[in-house]
Design a protein around this ligand. Structure first.
Ligand code: IMP
Ligand code: MG
Length: 186
């Protein structure tokens, strides 16, 4: 039995849930182009370091970086949670940081900013390395869900506060490979 079934063209079933297409690949592509244009204009002289947050941002980053035409570097990071010592509890660490961030303009590339808790943690971890500036670039943003005071410099699309899959985003590990966005049917 396949975990992911395209029941009809406009619906997918993943495990126990059904999702319906809500954003086409063409709409995604236009939004990516707009983000790239803004970055090309604003960061042309910055030689930015793009830090792509895995796993979710892999597809957006791949599309975005093909449209970014300024000098830049690209690297990949991941937020790993693990049980720390008895006193500290759950510790989140940003793994994969090999480049020196000191005096660099760092652009964090994320798939989605929902509550903003994840992004705030990432920004805190990056700040330790004393970059020149941190810019936040997220493809999706759910304004109604945001709980943290974070400046989002580059946003692909603002979406309603509903659960989505596709374009890098998963439900229980599945659906990241979908080229369109599918929204959970309530
Ligand atoms: P936040 O910390 O609440 O901003 O959530 C960030 C993380 O939650 C994202 O990086 C995603 O991995 C996940 N997430 C938030 N909303 C969705 C969604 O609608 N679909 C899939 N994953 C989501
Ligand atoms: Mg993510």
């Amino acid at each position: 039995m396949h975990a992911l079934i395209k029941a009809m063209n406009h619906q997918v079933k993943i495990k126990d849930k059904t999702f319906e297409i809500s954003i086409s690949a063409n709409e995604i592509d236009s939004a990516v182009s707009k983000v790239a244009e803004k970055i090309n204009t604003e960061l042309a002289d910055e030689n930015p370091l793009f830090l792509v947050v895995l796993n979710g941002a892999f597809m957006f980053a791949s599309d975005l970086m093909k449209k970014v035409n300024i000098p830049c570097e690209i690297s990949f990071v991941k937020l790993a949670s693990y049980e720390g010592t008895v006193t500290s509890g759950i510790v989140k660490e940003l793994i994969g940081l090999n480049e020196s961030l000191a005096k660099r303009t760092v652009v964090v590339v994320e798939d989605i900013v929902d509550t903003g808790i994840t992004m705030q943690q990432i920004i805190e971890r990056i700040n330790i390395h004393k970059p020149k500036a941190i810019k936040v670039c997220t493809f999706f943003h759910k304004p109604e869900a945001l709980q943290k005071d974070i400046k989002l410099d580059y946003i692909g699309m603002e979406i309603p506060n509903k659960f989505i899959v596709g374009y890098g985003l998963d439900y229980d590990g599945q659906g990241r490979n979908l080229a369109e966005i599918y929204t959970l049917i309530q």
